[in-house]
Design a protein around this ligand. Structure first.
Ligand SMILES: [Zn+2]
Length: 91
């Protein structure tokens, strides 16, 4: 895929996710800065950040990063998975 198209697709998806968050359908948990290397490789804009979201209905986590897009999981979603597991223990 053309890099520009890839970046535009990512940005569009983020906008849709922000809209969903405004409607209360999902929660934006955190934004992560991509590494300089990744930014260069993918041609991401300088201010680009990955957004980690949580869908309370499906209880699933999503991320914008290449790891998640490629494998369906990543260190960012893993980070919150661990926290959610610990919170469940307290309940
Ligand atoms: Zn990620």
């Amino acid at each position: 895929m053309n890099n520009n198209l890839f970046v535009e697709t990512l940005k569009l998806r983020q906008k849709m996710n922000i809209l969903k968050a405004m409607k209360g359908e999902i929660m934006i948990l955190r934004k992560f800065k991509p590494s300089e290397k990744t930014k260069k490789q993918l041609g991401l804009p300088d201010d680009f950040k990955y957004i980690v979201i949580y869908n309370p209905k499906t209880k699933k986590l999503f991320c914008d990063c290449m790891g998640y897009i490629t494998h369906g999981y990543c260190k960012h979603t893993k980070y919150f998975e661990v926290i959610i597991k610990e919170l469940k223990k307290i309940k």
